[in-house]
Design a binder for this molecule. Structure first.
Ligand code: SF4
Length: 245
């Protein structure tokens, strides 16, 4: 089995705790208005004939070699995308091998959590991963469809499933002004988080234009003042760890 990889960053300090090797998998089932990596959306199979040269079809062994080079200097690996969970079978094998080789390295999954993670067939995947960084891009179904092209029923169910297992590292929402009601969105998402764990990190992320397809979305970065207002809404709902990024 092989993984379809867009790129590997050997050292990242923004993809989870500590210094991490980040693997960006190719292919996503969303088409977010504000996608910063639209080149990672197109899905290819292992045997697709039209795979561009800058995308790699990688074996587990090849990825382990990349990790080996930096293992003494990192605290773990983070898989991201695109949407890495679409390749969950490969990730299950990859994480199993990482844990065999380097017990101290943690395996984090940065995910839109759109595919059902609760079915029995994915139990080994959920057991072996350490933590998930989950995007809840909108609370209202219609808003979520507007932002991503897909409903969020699976996302909400996955959140509840993972949080009860203690598998969530943080929840994230990108704030784009004037597309959906951000105050209502943050209010509802923070209430949902507070129902389960008031100390869970909730990251509200300012929309930035870098890399975004201008023909898909013309928007501006929200002000610090507006972000602070959203943070207060989440804190009023009981959350103690709300971070503006
Ligand atoms: S989930 Fe991420 S990679 Fe996929 S379209 Fe949305 S922003 Fe882009």
């Amino acid at each position: 089995m092989k993984g379809i990889v867009n790129k590997i960053i050997p050292f990242s300090n923004v993809d989870g705790p500590g210094n991490r090797l980040s693997i960006f998998f190719q292919g996503c089932n969303y088409d977010c208005l504000y996608c910063h990596n639209p080149e990672t959306i197109e899905i290819f199979g292992e045997k697709s004939e039209n795979i561009p040269e800058d995308i790699s079809v990688m074996s587990i062994e090849k990825i382990l070699e990349e990790i080996e080079n930096v293992a003494p200097f990192i605290s773990g690996i983070t898989v991201s995308g695109g949407e890495c969970s679409l390749q969950w079978r490969f990730l299950t094998e990859l994480f199993t091998e990482i844990k065999k080789n380097w017990k101290r390295l943690t395996c984090f999954v940065d995910s839109n959590c759109s595919i059902p993670l609760w079915p029995e067939e994915k139990k080994k995947f959920i057991d072996i991963l350490d933590k998930v960084m989950i995007d809840i891009k909108a609370f209202d179904k219609k808003d979520h469809i507007l932002m991503t092209g897909i409903s969020n029923e699976n996302v909400i169910r996955n959140f509840k499933y993972l949080v009860e297992l203690g598998k969530i590292y943080e929840v994230r929402t990108v704030i784009v002004p004037e597309i959906i009601d951000n105050e209502k969105t943050v209010d509802n998402i923070s209430k949902l988080i507070a129902e389960y764990d008031k100390s869970l990190k909730y990251k509200i992320i300012k929309y930035r234009q870098n890399g975004v397809r201008e023909e898909v979305l013309k928007a501006y970065t929200p002000s610090e003042e507006y972000m602070k207002k959203l943070k207060k809404i989440a804190e009023k709902n009981g959350l103690s760890n709300v971070v503006i990024v």
